[in-house]
Design a protein around this ligand. Sequence first.
Ligand SMILES: C[S@@+](CC[C@H](N)C(=O)[O-])C[C@H]1O[C@@H](n2cnc3c(N)ncnc32)[C@H](O)[C@@H]1O
Length: 237
Amino acid sequence: MKFVKSEQYDKKFLMENMMGPNCLKLLEELINTIKLEKSMRVLDLGCGKGLTSIFLAKEFGVQVFATDLWITATENFDRFQSVNLNNQIIPVHADALKMPFADGFFDAVISIDSYHYFGRDVRYMDTKLAPLLKKGGIIALAFPGLKEEIHDSIPEEMALSWSAEDIDTFHSCQWWRELLEKSQEIEINSVQEMQGFEESWSDWLLCENEYAVNDRAAMEAGAGKYMNFISIIARRK
Ligand SMILES: C[S@@+](CC[C@H](N)C(=O)[O-])C[C@H]1O[C@@H](n2cnc3c(N)ncnc32)[C@H](O)[C@@H]1O
């Protein structure tokens, strides 16, 4: 797949601010089947250092609420100012389990490499996330997963970089589909493996970020053969 938009971003800026596999490439692939319009209010959930928020604001002109737990609003505000997007992107420091937004506030929620941390509880979608969307609002999620469930016997390659607790956040497409099909509030359009797995991982592993360095052992030993990136597109009923 060609990542025409992502390739135009400054590589140094991306590498300094990536917090996992190249989030712009994952985002570009994730949203290529959905329509974002200038008038939309978008929740970028678990935005990290806000690269995806910058991309959404720049490429689509939408208003973005860049929400994250580990990165402060002040740090992200500085970054959004540095790219002159501080009027279009609102940085928010919040836990996905306790967000400070009104019900029905957003036209879309987009979440890259984050939902697997907090969205594994079957009640999460209906009680915490779906209520924040307008009726018909878009849900677009991309996060790391597995080709098959391996939790009964964790492959040694994966254990080189990740604890059992880390690996517990990874699941197969089927696992996620079964979980989200229990939701009363959303309609699922697709749950599928993403094409950009290899490329987004190789960009990430070149970073000198300590987490990227930690991830190298597993990926160099071949852990990628058990893994994928999963995209989910759904709508609020
Ligand atoms: C691997 S980083 C990815 C960041 C960014 N989306 C990217 O791809 O560069 C995971 C992000 O999930 C966020 N996160 C994890 N648990 C969260 C929670 N309970 N509420 C909000 N954000 C959370 C973290 O703050 C972190 O920035």
